[in-house]
Design a protein around this ligand. Structure first.
Ligand code: 3PG
Length: 216
């Protein structure tokens, strides 16, 4: 992917039907994990800022796996956004929306998928110019029915539902016109990296191939 120009949030969402939500505890796992996901056809990778090693993992993937497009998840503050950009992230995902995070991502040139769970949060994000949003936690906060209800008043907003999404329920979400992709941790189950089971990660990523047809 040509990354001389900054990504847009829509480009982040349209690259694949699933954005993997990744938790890494060891920098040594970063490159093999990114390569395993790439081998399964997924290159847009969200590494969550939930562990002390997360920023180093982003830096390593950005440097050593040029075919991957690494982003930072769990961006909750201006400092997170700045650190993510310094580490080489190409996009950011936040669990909720604040103006400070929105502005910080703009300032450092990071495409942002802000998290929302209510109409008021969608309005706040839209007011600041963000219309491609993460719906989080999707299944717990109303799931498919909520997205159908939002399609009326928020006709110009596109969503990436995340939280409780599985290979089994992903098609129900991806079939909705206001859903571009979904996010989920199921592609990298807890412990997989520690076990070095990269083949499993590639298999799980490959299983999402058929979702492309539904997401179109
Ligand atoms: C998260 O931020 O933890 C994501 O929403 C992942 O949720 P999941 O584990 O239900 O896929």
């Amino acid at each position: 992917m040509n990354r001389s120009t900054p990504l847009t949030a829509l480009q982040v969402m349209q690259d694949a039907p699933v954005i993997p939500v990744i938790v890494l505890n060891d920098v040594a796992h970063a490159v093999p994990l990114a390569r395993a996901l790439l081998a399964g056809g997924i290159r847009m990778l969200e590494v969550t800022l939930r562990t002390p090693q997360a920023l180093a993992c982003i830096e390593t993937i950005a440097r050593d796996v040029p075919d991957a497009v690494v982003g930072a998840g769990t961006v909750r503050s201006k400092g997170d956004a700045q650190a993510a950009a310094r580490a080489g992230a190409h996009f950011a995902v936040s669990p909720g929306y604040t103006r400070a995070v929105g502005q910080a991502c703009r300032d450092v040139g990071l495409a942002l998928l802000p998290g929302v769970a209510t109409g008021g949060e969608i309005m706040a994000a839209c007011e600041d110019g963000f219309t491609q949003l993460k719906f989080f936690p999707a299944v717990h906060a109303g799931g498919v029915a909520m997205l159908k209800a939002w399609a009326g008043p928020f006709y110009d907003v596109k969503f990436c539902p995340t939280g409780g999404i599985t290979l089994q329920n992903a098609p129900d979400f991806l079939a909705l016109p206001n859903v571009v992709c979904v996010g989920g941790s199921w592609l990298v189950p807890a412990g997989t990296a520690e076990q070095g089971d990269w083949g499993r990660v590639t298999r799980l990523a490959s299983e999402t191939e058929h979702l492309k047809k539904i997401a179109l």
